[in-house]
Design a protein around this ligand. Structure first.
Ligand SMILES: [Zn+2]
Length: 226
């Protein structure tokens, strides 16, 4: 997908110096970042959250700049608070949230900023079970105002979900996530290049409202559907 985004290197360097004004010891690889999220979610579901990086010392440290280790592109649903379910703290996660994690230019720019300027090397597209936006896209009710924008964006996933075995909405939740991952991986010029050069990993996941567990989807999820 083409966009008009133009990010010359010199501007990125200048932006980096403004927003990452201090040095963090940690600079995790995409795999290490993913592992940190998996471990945080494991602590959360077992009732052993340590709530890291949430004291006043951390507040003062991140006031100097930020270096989030992961970007979460998630649903706005109030039941999926990202820092809590991944057991992280201030300055750890750069979060872009809209209903149904539908993204467009402003969201894409936010993700590109977090990767290219702040240095995050992992994007997790995080859907969740019983997502109202996805359920609405499956039923296509009459909705007021701009809600239709969300439904139109999720409709291809809802239509694909009907072709497969199992619960329509739960299928659509996963398919929507997988389609969004695919879209972001192909997004020019920043993300497609970073993914190709292995500087950025983009992965899909679904949070289970019942269990609190985050299930990460395989890269080939769309091809595994029956
Ligand atoms: Zn939702």
């Amino acid at each position: 997908m083409k966009t008009n985004m133009y990010l010359p290197t010199i501007s990125l360097l200048a932006l980096s110096s403004i927003f990452c004004a201090y040095k963090f010891a940690e600079d995790p690889s995409p795999e290490q970042a993913l592992q940190k999220l998996k471990e945080g979610n494991a602590r959360f579901i077992s009732g052993k959250s340590i709530r890291p990086n949430q004291d006043m010392e951390r507040v003062k440290l991140v006031a100097e700049g930020q270096k989030p280790f992961a970007i979460i592109v998630g649903c706005s649903d109030s039941r999926v608070p990202n820092e809590i379910i991944f057991d992280q703290g201030l300055g750890d996660l750069f979060i872009v949230r809209t209903a149904g994690q539908v993204s467009s230019y402003a969201s894409w720019g936010s993700m590109e900023f977090a990767h290219a300027v702040l240095g995050a090397k992992l994007i997790v597209v995080l859907g969740h079970t019983k997502c109202g936006a996805v359920a609405a896209a499956c039923k296509v009710p009459d909705v007021p105002g701009h809600i239709v924008t969300l439904i139109n964006a999720i409709k291809p996933a809802a239509e694909e979900a009907r072709k497969h075995e199992g619960d329509e909405v739960e299928n659509a939740v996963k398919i929507n996530v997988a389609m969004q991952v695919k879209q972001l991986k192909g997004l020019e010029p920043v993300m497609s290049k970073a993914v190709k050069n292995n500087q950025l990993k983009i992965i899909g996941a679904v949070y289970d409202l019942q269990t609190g567990k985050v299930e990460f989807l395989p890269d080939n999820y769309l091809e595994t559907l029956k």
